[in-house]
Design a protein around this ligand. Sequence first.
Ligand code: IMP
Ligand code: MG
Length: 178
Amino acid sequence: MAGAGRVLVASDEIGEKVRELGERISEDYRDEEILLLGILRGAVVFLSDLMRCLELPCEIDFMEVSSYGVETTSSGVVRILKDLEEDITGRHVLIIEDIIDTGLTLSYLRRTLLARKPASLEICALLSKPSRRQVDLEVRYLGFDVPDEFVVGYGIDYAGAYRNLPDIHALDPEAASG
Ligand code: IMP
Ligand code: MG
C-alpha cells in the first residue's frame, strides 16, 4: 500500500511469535480461565490471532481509550471512551495491547483496573518502543522491541489507515506529514 514504508516485522515472523506467546500463556495459566482484554482498536488483529493459539478456556472483552488521534506524538492524556462489559473482580485478566510507546496509557489503565480487584492482571503487548518509555511498566509478554519510528500494519493505524496490512511497517515520514 502506498506510503506504508519498509517492512519492520514480516507476517511470518509475527505468526511465529504469536504462537510462541500463546504457548507461554497457555503454560502459565494452565488450569485457569482467563479474560483477554483487548484495547481497541489496534489490538484487534493481534488478539484474534493470539486467542486461537491458547489452549485455555478464555473470554474476550474490550476497552477503548483515547490515544493519538491524527498526531504522531502522545498527549499523555488518557480517557476511557468505552469501558468493559464484564465484571473483572476475581478474574485473571490479560491486557492485550498493540504497541507500548511512553507507557502512559497502560500504566493508567493498570491502576484503574487494579481498583476493580481482579485475581491477576498482566500485560501482553505485540510491540514496544523501549527508548520512548516515560514510566516503569512491567510487561509480562512482549512480541518485539521496535525502534523509535511510527509503525503501521497488523491492526496498527495512522489516522485510521493501514490496519489491514499483514506485515508491520515503519511509516514513510512523507505519508505522515501529508
Ligand atoms: P503510550 O501511552 O505512549 O504507550 O501509547 C500507546 C498507544 O499509542 C498505543 O496503544 C497505540 O495506539 C499508540 N501508538 C504508539 N506508538 C504508535 C505507532 O508507532 N503507531 C501507531 N500507534 C502508536
Ligand atoms: Mg492503542
